[in-house]
Every structure is written in C-alpha cells, then in structure tokens.
Design a protein around this ligand. Structure first.
Ligand SMILES: N[C@@H](CCC(=O)N[C@@H](CS)C(=O)NCC(=O)O)C(=O)O
Length: 230
C-alpha cells in the first residue's frame, strides 16, 4: 500500500511546512517512501477528508493520521522492525517532552522572526491567510515583528541552550545516531532555511555543525530542498 503524505506547497514548489519535515525525516528514518502531495495552506477543502485543518497528514490505506507527533507514533508502532524513532518506551516519553518544549517554547519565538519571509514564498491567498493568522495572534504586523528580529534572535538562541549543551557530549540529541528528537528540533531550522535568508545561528555555534550533519542525513534529503538564499 502506498503511503501518502500531505504537506504545504508554496511558490516554485517550495515544501515549507516545518511539521511536515518532521514526518519526511521520520519516513526516511524508517526507510519508507511516500507519495508526497502539496496543498495550499488556505485550501482547507483539500484536506477536509482528515477531519481537521492542518498538515502533515499521512494516509496509509484506510488509516488517516494527522499531527506530526501522532504520525511518528503511528510509524513506530506500524513498522516496529525498522530503525526506531524513539528507542523504546522511555525514549518515547522523552521525545514527547522535546516535542512539547519545541512547540510551546521555540516555535512561538521563531515564527515572528521569519514569518514576514514566508508570505513572500506563497501565493496571494496563502499570504493573506498566514498574515491574518499570525498578525491576529501577535497583534502586530509581520513587518513590525521582523523589525525587532536582530535583537529578538538573541532570546531565541538563548532558548536553544539545553540542546547546545547536550551536543557537547554527543553528536546528536538522541546520542550517537540521530532519531526523532533531532528531527523535531531540526524542522525549525529547515523551515527557516527554506523560507528566509535570516540566519538563526552564529556560525561558531555547535548547533550550526549539528544542523549541517542533519542536512546530510538520508542521502541529503533536507539539503536537496532549495534554501531561500540559493
Ligand atoms: N501540532 C501539529 C501542528 C501542525 C501545523 O500547525 N501545521 C501547519 C503547517 S506547518 C498548518 O497546517 N497550518 C495551517 C493553518 O494553520 O491554517 C503537528 O505537529 O503536526
């Protein structure tokens, strides 16, 4: 049965959904191929079959799974004989913590830094959808949010300290080899790389070397997606 993954598509075929990158890397980790289908962020009709309004959505025959965490958990239980995403029950619990920390603490700090660049990578309808959503949430224009980014980035970098410190003792967040917790954090950098020229990391930051290693994984899957700077 062919797996189908729905993710966001922007101008020039850009695949810019950060949460879908978690799923893309999880599929590659398991050695699974999927038919990847882009949808416009404003086209809720295209994904109405899933009973909710966000991507990623994974379809496996009659099974429809939405939410990147739920998809990773599904892949882990459906393909237990393939390389593990979590490394057992304790690793599952800790990976869930990383997912929650990244989504609750890092994503809200990152969105105002680069969202002004995202709207330039999508068509007019999607740009209006995203602008309305984020400006409603932050109660400031995307341009106002971006105007503060040269100083706001320092707060974002500070929040990365636990990850930076972890990488002092091991090459990946999950240890000697990367696994799902690495994909969770990396999805933020991949999103920013695809939509923006704004640099999130100091080049001397240990996380910058980790990000390079992540770009090379699975035959350079993430690196093959063109960067905005390119
Ligand atoms: N908790 C969800 C979040 C998914 C999410 O926010 N997806 C974004 C794209 S990266 C989306 O579909 N947004 C559409 C919208 O908000 O209208 C997950 O982990 O998959």
């Amino acid at each position: 049965m062919t797996l189908i993954l729905y993710e966001l598509g922007g101008l020039d075929g850009r695949r810019y959904s950060q949460f879908s990158w978690r799923t893309r890397l999880a599929l590659a980790h398991k050695g699974l191929a999927a038919d990847v289908r882009p949808v416009a962020v404003s086209d809720k009709q295209a994904i109405a079959f899933s009973g909710q309004d966000k991507v990623p959505i994974l379809v496996d025959g009659d099974t429809v799974v939405s939410d990147s965490w739920a998809i990773a958990a599904y892949l882990e239980q459906a393909w237990p004989d393939r390389p593990s995403l979590f490394g057992g029950p304790i690793g599952t619990g800790l990976s869930r913590f990383v997912n929650t920390y990244v989504d609750r603490s890092l994503v809200p700090q990152l969105v105002p830094l680069v969202m002004v660049d995202v709207v330039a990578c999508v068509g007019p309808e999607d740009a209006g959808h995203l602008r309305g959503q984020i400006e409603g949430l932050f109660r400031r224009s995307l341009e106002e949010l971006a105007a503060a980014r040269d100083t706001d980035i320092l707060g974002f970098r500070k929040l990365l300290d636990p990850f930076r410190a972890t990488l002092r003792g091991q090459p990946f967040l999950c240890g000697a080899q990367p696994a799902y917790a690495d994909y969770i954090l990396f999805s933020l950098f991949q999103w920013a790389r695809i939509v923006s020229r704004f640099e999130l990391l100091d080049p001397a930051d240990r996380l910058a070397a980790w990000r390079e290693a992540m770009l090379d994984l699975h035959g350079g899957l993430a690196r093959r997606e063109p960067a905005r700077a390119a």
